[in-house]
Design a protein around this ligand. Structure first.
Ligand SMILES: *Cc1c(COP(=O)(O)O)cnc(C)c1O
Length: 440
């Protein structure tokens, strides 16, 4: 395995650039992807054995759910790797047939064999850590001293944290007023210079790219192809957890479409190497108020028309997704689908995931809302084996959770609210409240 076999390639023209060239796009503006020209020489059985053996190591890159798979990611020298480590997230068996309290989620979605991979269990609380470990490692390799991104929240939290670890100056561009406190508090606490743009995410995204190319700051948005390389390990790790037995479906929320692209690329490569013998179908789920990918899919994948995005699921509140072409290819080659779900469906699914004791932020719940809809529409048969990705942690957006349970979310029915009981500070009053609760 040789780093010299890795390069950057334009996804449209196929033009190849050296791995260490500082560029994010082809000359015509197309995105780049990382390729490994010696992939065909990888031995699937040997690799699986290596990945299993590395599970014994509790420190260093082997302990990371990203770098454990470095032959598939980037075989960087250890001193260039910035890792916490990350990944190693739980895969919860939540199917209707399971015998745990988790099975209510499977019953809700109508799926017998369902798993949830909780990427909110990463160090900063979302899957963005997987892309940021590779992103800041490459930044280290290139000698960057400052890094930047635009973000609906989780990318900025991850960038601020990994940038701090690597000793870099960090800049995050956030859309004014449309970011949850959990995420913003992480970015400022980790020391990022936070620039509030009086505009939406899509405007912040355009600006940060211009700033980075004109001011010699390394760009770590998902246009950066190395972030995709880290994120694709979600697919690798979940397959290792399933003992390489391919599920029928992988369902995930979709905003900027980096994660759909990444998981698809991971699967495609596992298939090409021969580690898996078929591809799961991918279902990308959007919020109906931020659904440009869904609309394009409905129209036979015509060119994407940007929309003005609005949804309670702020992590997917994106109207002009950067990775559209990559994600389109993933849906096409996995015989996948794109679905959209309403605000009420997202919140109702979140309430189910939360009440099972697992929990997630609103955007992540689009996964279960979408799976439920696809089952009831007959697209996913109830007997299929399904893995859903929970992308972010419950504590990322406590406001939405509290407002649901106090019935203060505009336009949302709080049918399953858990009430907070007020009681006088006497034994009798508290006993009375508990008796009432027990009889309910
Ligand atoms: C970033 C993010 C998404 C959306 O992923 P994309 O790659 O932008 O499609 C979904 N959920 C959470 C919690 C996120 O942080």
């Amino acid at each position: 395995m040789n780093l010299a076999d890795f390069a950057l390639r334009s996804i449209t023209s196929g033009t190849i650039y050296p791995l260490d060239e500082l560029r994010y796009r082809d000359d015509d503006g197309s995105l780049l992807e990382v390729i490994n020209r010696s992939m065909a020489s990888l031995n699937p059985d040997k690799l699986k054995k290596t990945f299993t053996q590395r599970l014994q190591n509790m420190s260093g890159p082997d302990a990371s759910g990203v770098w454990r798979y470095r032959e598939l990611v980037l075989p960087l020298p250890d001193h260039q790797i910035v890792t916490k480590p990350e990944g190693n997230t739980n895969l919860y068996a939540v199917g209707a047939d399971e015998r745990s309290g988790y099975r209510r989620i499977g019953s809700y979605a109508g799926i017998h064999e369902l798993y949830l991979k909780h990427e909110g269990e990463n160090p900063t609380g979302s899957f963005k850590d997987r892309g940021m470990t590779t992103g800041t490692s490459i930044a280290t390799r290139l000698g960057a001293t400052a890094v930047a991104c635009a973000s609906t929240g989780n990318t900025s939290a991850a960038l601020a944290s990994y940038g701090a670890q690597a000793g870099m100056k960090t800049f995050v561009f956030i859309p004014d007023g449309k970011i949850s406190w959990g995420k913003l508090s992480q970015a400022i606490a980790y020391g990022a210079c936070t620039i509030k743009i009086k505009g939406d995410f899509d405007q912040a995204m355009k600006l940060v790219e211009e700033v980075c190319t004109t001011m010699n700051i390394y760009l770590l948005n998902s246009v950066n192809p190395f972030r995709i390389e880290g994120q694709k390990t979600i697919a690798v790790e979940l397959l290792q957890q399933l003992d390489w037995k391919v599920p029928d479906w992988i369902v995930l929320p979709a905003g900027n479409l980096g994660n759909t692209s990444a998981i698809g690329k991971g699967l495609r490569e596992l298939y090409e190497i021969g580690i898996i013998d078929r591809l799961p179908r991918i279902a990308s789920i959007q919020a109906s108020g931020a659904n440009p990918f869904y609309q394009s899919y409905q129209a036979g994948f015509q060119d994407l028309s940007p929309v003005s995005a609005e949804t309670i699921a702020t992590a997917i509140r994106i109207g002009n997704p950067v990775s559209f072409l990559k994600a389109k290819q993933v849906i096409e080659e996995t015989n996948g689908v794109v679905e959209h779900v309403t605000e009420q469906e997202i919140i109702d699914a979140k309430v189910q995931i939360d009440a099972a004791g697992i929990g997630c932020e609103p955007a992540s719940a689009a996964t279960i809302a979408g799976a439920k809809k696809l089952v009831s529409d007959g697209v996913i048969p109830p007997s299929d084996r399904v893995v859903g990705i929970l992308t972010g942690h419950l504590l990322k957006d406590p406001d939405t959770t509290i407002k649901y349970h106090t019935a203060e979310l505009d336009g949302i029915q709080s049918e399953h609210a858990t009430k907070i009981i007020a009681a006088e500070p006497t034994l009798a009053a508290v006993q009375n409240s508990i008796e009432q609760a027990l009889s309910n």
